[in-house]
Design a binder for this molecule. Structure first.
Ligand code: HEM
Length: 493
């Protein structure tokens, strides 16, 4: 062996018999290597056309990085790994997910390329819960969604029976006991929305036991999907009640259109609605109408309790604008209550009930800035992160309603989808159709709560825990318990 090696080393390259045999193969091999390198180079180039991502694990991708408060963890991930434009690509299990965490990124997906990102991801549980889905919020982009949204946007009714709630709180205030404001507000919002949708309160009739909580818990949020079996259980509960309500409405005499079920039945033929469509739309209205509004009110009251200067300003405004309204405040007396509107806006900035809006889905490959986003990508817009970005807001983490009263930037006032740094209702085609319906009732209720009562923490309690939990919406973990004191309306002369 040693002899052979010496011989080989002694001969010039290419002149050994082995090398002579190998030479004809060398050229094709080199060519193949060149092609392979070029291919690798180009696919690396293509990969760089997708927004940057954090390092992923096999199979789970980035799912392990999401955590219990996804709006917080995805904001932090985007700050470390996202592109300068606020776009970051994740893979949650097998699902490619684009996260938009800046006004520029939101502008690209919700406005500039609105149509390409206007669909919704499908899930087995969503299909079961929403009959297809044939509601609006989860419906894929297309003709059905367009028609149904038009229907809802033109016929949403408002029914503000605030007086009933104030009387109830007054009764409780006389006992000087602390009251569970969270429960009171949820029940009230349930009643209010049920009356607008179905002309009656399910709760008063004792039919809604665990009705809404069931859906809220089950829906589990953008990043957690319930099992099909659980979804079916909750759907069956809705189903029975909705059938009964629709039958009752269909059997009524006359052609009155006093609630939303009347409206849906009256346009049933024109819009080609089958019963499942009606039920799915009703579920959207009942679920969206109750939860969001109650959460905003609860957060507003909690922030006001933590910021007594803001509470005092609000009470001063409401009580002086409405001093002639002994029986409370109606819609007309809201005009001119600029601080009230500012408090609601500031609450929506810090605590948007849907921190990621609802997930969007790309229906086609789309060039977004310098990237190409493939069809079938889920898109999450982190409205919560944008609303708290210190590069966009002064003292971003502070509750400061004044920013919406004296704001130099009048654009900041807009939360109807034109100002991409303030998106509690979304923007573009899939934007919330319930803005006016919500604002009117939130403002009236908040104004009445602070007009009629002074609020205190229960004895022995010195702070309010603002810890959040993530589910279908983001809510406070602890219920809000406060003591109302009836305000003395007669004055000393
Ligand atoms: C404070 C109250 C509310 C807030 C903060 C809110 C917020 C939102 C958000 C963020 C979206 C998703 C937008 C997107 O995906 O781009 C949405 C969609 C929707 N909201 Fe609201 N919402 C509220 C109240 C309501 C009410 C009262 C109703 C109806 C009674 C309603 C009905 C809907 C519907 C049907 C959609 C789906 C729209 C679509 O997919 O085209 N919302 N809402």
């Amino acid at each position: 062996m040693a002899e052979v090696a010496v011989v080989v080393l002694d001969q010039p390259a290419g002149e050994t018999p082995a090398a002579r045999a190998f030479l004809p193969l060398l050229l094709p091999l080199l060519l193949m290597l060149l092609v392979l390198l070029r291919h690798l180079g180009s696919s690396r180039g293509e990969r760089s056309k997708v927004p940057p991502s954090p390092p992923a694990l096999p199979l789970v991708g980035h799912a392990h990085l999401v955590g219990a408060l996804p709006h917080v963890s995805l904001r932090d991930l985007a700050a470390r790994h996202g592109g300068e434009d606020g776009l970051m690509m994740l893979r949650l299990g097998t699902v490619p997910t684009l996260v938009a965490s800046s006004p520029r990124a939101a502008q690209l997906v919700l406005r500039a390329h609105d149509r390409s990102f206007a669909s919704r991801p499908r899930s087995a549980s969503g299909d079961v819960l929403m009959y297809g889905p044939s509601d609006i919020a989860l419906a894929p982009y297309g003709e059905w969604w367009r028609q149904a949204k038009k229907l809802v946007s033109t016929h949403l009714l408002s029914a503000n029976k605030v007086g009933l709630l104030i009387n109830k709180i007054r009764g409780l205030a006389e006992t000087r006991a602390a009251l569970d404001l969270s429960k009171l507000l949820t029940n009230f919002m349930n009643d209010m929305v049920c009356r607008a949708v179905a002309g009656q309160s399910f709760r008063v009739e004792g039919r809604e036991k665990n009705f809404y909580p069931g859906l809220a818990k089950l829906a589990g949020g953008v990043l957690v999907s319930p099992t099909r079996r659980k979804a079916k259980k909750v759907r069956d509960r809705w189903d029975e009640l909705l059938d009964k309500l629709i039958d009752e409405h269909a059997n009524e005499d006359g052609d009155e259109e006093s609630d939303f079920i009347h409206v849906l039945l009256s346009v049933q033929e024109e819009f080609g609605l089958i019963r499942d469509n009606i039920k799915a739309i009703l579920i959207d209205m009942l679920a969206a109408g109750t939860d969001n509004k109650y959460l905003v009110l609860e957060f507003a009251m909690a922030e006001l309790m933590l910021h007594q200067d803001a509470m005092a300003k609000l009470q001063h405004e409401v009580r002086s604008v409405a001093q002639d309204h002994q029986n409370g405040i109606d819609e007309d007396s809201l005009t001119g209550m600029t601080y009230l509107r500012a408090v609601v806006k500031e609450t929506l900035r810090l605590h948007p009930p849907s921190p990621f809006l609802l997930p969007h889905l790309s229906v086609e490959d789309c060039d977004v800035g310098t990237y190409t986003i493939p069809a079938g990508t889920t898109v999450l817009v982190n409205a919560w992160a944008i609303g708290r970005d210190p590069r966009l807001w002064d003292a971003a983490e502070e509750f400061m309603p004044e920013r919406f009263v004296h704001g130099e930037d009048t654009e900041a006032d807009d939360f109807r989808g034109n100002n991409l740094r303030f998106l509690p209702f979304g923007s573009g085609r899939r934007m919330c159709p319930g803005i006016n319906f919500s604002l009117a009732s939130i403002e009236i209720l908040l104004a009445n709560l602070v007009y009629h009562f002074d609020w205190e923490l229960p004895e022995g309690q010195v702070n309010i825990d603002m810890t959040e939990v993530y589910g279908l919406t983001v809510r406070r973990k602890e219920k809000l318990v406060l003591t109302p004191r009836i305000r003395m309306t007669c004055c000393k002369h």
